[in-house]
Design a protein around this ligand. Sequence first.
Ligand SMILES: Cc1ncc(COP(=O)(O)O)c(C=O)c1O
Length: 361
Amino acid sequence: MTNLHKYFRAEIVSMPPYKPGEQPGAAKVIKLNTNESPYPPSTKVKDAIVQATERLERYPDPLGTSFRLAASKVLSTKAVSVSPDQILCGNGSDDILTILTRAFVGVGEVLRLPFPSYILYRTLAQLQGAAFEEIPFNAAFGLAPEFYVSHDKLKLVFLPNPNSPSGSVIPHDAILDLARSVDCPVVVDEAYVDFAPSNCIELIARDPRIMVTRTLSKSYALAGLRFGYLVAHESIIDVLRKVKDSYNTDAISIAGATAAITDQVWLRENVAKICATRARMTVELRAMGFDVRESHANFVWCTRNDRPVAPLYEQLKSRGILVRYMNYQPWGDGLRISVGTDAEIDATLLILKDLLKEPAK
Ligand SMILES: Cc1ncc(COP(=O)(O)O)c(C=O)c1O
């Protein structure tokens, strides 16, 4: 049989695939493994989607203008104004991260990211035939001094803030220092920012090399719709439009996302419910002997030294509860548990309590 692999670029054949979190399909499980919202989206989203299905014979707006207008209103405050021309829409924020990597990082060049963080960044560099430079966080999940070092090959920095899996945040001053220290754009990935006390939008005006990515997959409960966006200096957005697919967001997702971002009352209520459950589960997991970092996202990161956590993941799974086991060697491993409904979290905590009564496996 012909070796079809030989036709691919060598780096594609040799790279490991990115593995997204498990999606169990129709099976009835408590799903706490990919940081989705446990509650359904605003009802206004469905109405907008139904309306959009009436004109599917037409191509969508290539720039998602209705969304950009609505987002510019939501993002602008007394202190900062964000124009629609500062916003680029994407098919999820993963699409935005792909566009950024394609635009800034060429073959043999370097993408910087912290460790442990979002694994997809590595894959994006590898797809480009580029290298990734993974710099470990310090013990308090702050940026280590090496993160600030510039060099000729460094072309882009990704900084998830809040970070996954730790739920930790880097303060604004450190991000501004970083942008001043490296000679390349710094992308703050704010996938989880609605669950945190502050965001970095105002930093864009202070240093135009800072950009911010957002998603509607988490706080807006629209992981299935696929919609994310970038906020950056207008001249950056202008060039990135050349890199994106012509119609990278479809008519249904533009309509749904516009309705979602317009309904800020719904957003505030959803975030408040999730943050209240997060506070409660943090206390209870700590009482069970887990080390749980204070989280600014819709998940908590649980580690422990007295017994391995991988068996707990397996035992939870066999009882229909899916959390994420993550092993970041040499950093260590842990369970990342998404915030579910109160009933889902109660059921999970009850089973965990039971499992912990048994001797470690
Ligand atoms: C840090 C981070 N960035 C981006 C994403 C991707 O989000 P989206 O669903 O918008 O592609 C995720 C998803 O889990 C994430 O954890």
